[in-house]
Structure formats: structure tokens, C-alpha cells
Design a binder for this molecule. Structure first.
Ligand SMILES: Cc1cc2nc3c(=O)[nH]c(=O)nc-3n(C[C@H](O)[C@H](O)[C@H](O)COP(=O)(O)O)c2cc1C
Length: 331
């Protein structure tokens, strides 16, 4: 990781879905930390465009992040009908056509990965699983550092065995999707870092609930080389966080874990969707099914139907330029 010449031991968490704009990524990299572009929902052409925009704004290193490919789970027409029926009243409310699954429920990982190789960021990071050897070799050939994501010590060890360059250990307080695939301990971040540091030799990147300079210092003292922060930047001026989401963050009282937006467990603020659905499809089907609703909710300012991803530390998130937020996290 030394080759990145960071002047702050911080990574901007990749935030797919519109929050992690190229402007936010570039602002963080310009300030001596590592910006990450959350590209999991982007087409190859959009990845190329967003990377070009980051490069227009900074010459500093940055990361691009994707979700590791997984075999599609089986879903029956009955399951799809039930999940769509649950969502239907929300569609009526937002004057959308009835919910239905699109033909393509997710981006083609191979094509996205090709776009990343072509773009040659300094770092590639991924979550939700392991990567086949061929992908890791392609990164190494191009001198792109590779970071995997673990929510438990066994996952961190598997990623080390696979040959990644560093591992994000994501504690239970983290906002957004749980990044693991095997067993999720939902452990306190500090405890997970301490345990992982005893058995994993690779550089560790701590994530989950790191909101202050003290939080960052604690995970470094526990054995992490870097701290990855997402929620701290949700209200940054450069973030793509819609206004209704920002207002919800300012007024919320707590977070919840839900599968209702995507089919994968994720932490965010509770709303009508987290409370009102009971039969979500597995990922990526539910994600595809709820996409039109989430898009309409973002444009019409309806926080009740938006995925309001946020970590347990959200009360300490602040408005203002990313450079100021970084200055507070690590002066
Ligand atoms: C809005 C949002 C979107 C996220 N999207 C991604 C993503 O695309 N890829 C990923 O690896 N992690 C994603 N995460 C999780 C972060 O990488 C990280 O684990 C988390 O933000 C750390 O906890 P914190 O939010 O308490 O700082 C996301 C988190 C948030 C809040």
C-alpha cells in the first residue's frame, strides 16, 4: 500500500448507487486519502466515463470497486409474484407501472471488470465474495492493487489465501451492504480488527462506525493499516446523496438491518420499505425489482421508498466539503 503515497491513513468507502460521485472520489484523493468509486451498478461505458471524470479532477491514486460475481440463485414464479405484490402499493403511490423483473437483473461482471482493467486505477476493491485466480492475475499483471472484503476472520483468511493485497474487515456497525459471503459475525469493528490482526499477515483496512479521529486512531492501534469510512461522507457537499436522504440522516434515531431493498443484508435508516416488506427475493433479484421505485423516490424526494444506507455512527456525520471532513478524521 506504500506505493499509493497516502498522507492520511484513510479510504473513502466505495458507495455505489449515486452517493459516491466522481467529484467526491477526487476530493478525497486530492486531500491525500484514497477515494473509491463504487462502480457495482455501472455499465462498462459508465465506468469508463466516471473514471475519466475522476482523472480530470485529480492525478492522485484512487480505487474502483465492484461486487464479486456469484451464481444466480433459483427463484420461482410464485416467489416473484409475492415480492412484486408486496411492492405494488408503493408503485401505485408513486404512480409507477406495476413492479416486474427486467430481463437483465445485474451488470455483466466480466464486462465491468474489463472496463476496470482498461481504466487501470491504482486499486481495485471488491465485496460479496472471492475472485477467481484469473481476475487476480490480470490485476497483478497491470500493477493494480487488489482489496477484498471480509466480515469475519475466516473470510479474511480465505482472501489472504487467494492472494489479494489487502483486506477490508467490515464490522457490524457499517452502513450499506454486508460485504461478506460465508459467515457474518456482525462483530464490533475494533474487536474484528484485533482478532484478524492475530492471524492475517496482509494489511488490514478497518471499516464500520469510524466517525472521529479517535475511532481512526483506535483501529490503527488495534492493527489496521488504514481506516475506510462511508457514513462520515454521506452529507459531504460533493456526495450524490439526495436531499431527502440528507434530511432523513439529520432527523433519524437509529439504523436497522434489512434485505428488503436488494435481497442482501444491509444497514440503513428504517422507513416504509424496511418495515413493510416480508418476502424479498434473494440478491440480485430484489435489487432489480426495487430499482424503479428507488429511482422514482430519489427524483421525487420520497425518503420513505429510498434505500437510506447508513452506519451506526450516522449522528456524527456532518455537512460540508469532503476536505473538511477528512481534516477532522485525520488532521
Ligand atoms: C451509501 C453506502 C453505499 C455503500 N456501497 C458499497 C459498495 O458499493 N461497495 C462496497 O464494497 N461497500 C459499500 N458500502 C460499505 C462500505 O464499504 C463500508 O463498509 C462502510 O461504509 C463502513 O462503515 P461506515 O458507513 O460506518 O463508515 C457502502 C456503504 C454506504 C453507507
Amino acid at each position: 500500500m506504500e506505493r499509493l503515497s497516502l498522507t492520511r491513513p484513510l479510504i473513502l468507502a466505495p458507495m455505489a448507487g449515486g452517493v459516491g460521485t466522481p467529484a467526491l472520489v477526487a476530493a478525497v484523493s486530492r486531500a491525500g486519502a484514497l477515494g473509491s468509486l463504487g462502480a457495482a451498478y455501472l455499465s462498462p461505458a459508465q465506468i469508463a466515463k466516471d473514471v475519466a471524470e475522476v482523472r480530470r479532477l485529480t492525478h492522485r491514486p484512487f480505487a474502483v470497486n465492484l461486487f464479486a460475481p456469484q451464481p444466480l440463485p433459483e427463484v420461482t414464479p410464485h416467489q416473484i409474484g409475492r415480492a412484486a405484490a408486496e411492492l405494488a402499493p408503493f408503485h401505485v403511490h408513486l404512480k409507477l407501472p406495476p413492479p416486474s423483473l427486467p430481463d437483465a437483473v445485474q451488470q455483466d461482471f466480466g464486462a465491468q471488470f474489463g472496463a476496470v482493467l482498461e481504466a487501470r486505477p491504482s486499486v481495485f476493491s471488491f465485496a460479496f465474495g472471492r475472485l477467481e485466480r484469473g481476475y487476480l492475475e490480470a490485476l497483478r499483471e497491470r500493477n493494480i492493487l487488489c482489496i477484498g472484503t471480509a466480515t469475519s476472520v475466516p473470510e479474511a483468511r480465505l482472501l489472504e489465501e487467494d492472494g489479494v493485497d489487502a483486506v477490508v474487515v467490515q464490522g457490524g456497525a457499517a452502513g450499506g451492504h454486508r460485504g461478506g459471503w460465508l459467515q457474518d459475525e456482525l462483530a464490533p469493528t475494533l474487536e474484528l480488527v484485533r482478532r484478524a490482526a492475530q492471524v492475517v499477515r496482509l494489511p488490514l483496512i478497518a471499516a464500520g462506525g469510524l466517525m472521529t479521529r479517535g475511532d481512526v486512531q483506535d483501529v490503527l492501534d488495534a492493527g489496521a493499516e488504514l481506516a475506510q469510512c462511508g457514513t462520515a461522507f454521506l452529507r459531504a457537499t460533493e456526495a450524490g446523496t439526495p436531499g431527502a436522504y440528507r434530511e432523513a440522516l439529520a432527523g433519524a434515531t437509529g439504523t436497522t438491518l434489512t434485505r428488503n431493498f436488494s435481497g442482501r443484508l444491509a444497514r440503513g435508516l428504517p422507513n416504509a420499505i424496511t418495515a413493510g416488506l416480508h418476502a424479498p427475493l434473494p440478491y440480485p433479484y430484489q435489487n432489480a425489482l426495487t430499482r424503479p421505485l428507488r429511482a422514482a423516490a430519489a427524483t421525487t424526494g420520497r425518503a420513505d421508498c429510498l434505500s437510506l444506507w447508513a452506519g451506526e455512527g450516522f449522528r456524527q456525520s456532518r455537512d460540508g466539503p469532503a476536505a473538511g471532513i477528512l481534516e477532522e478524521l485525520w488532521p
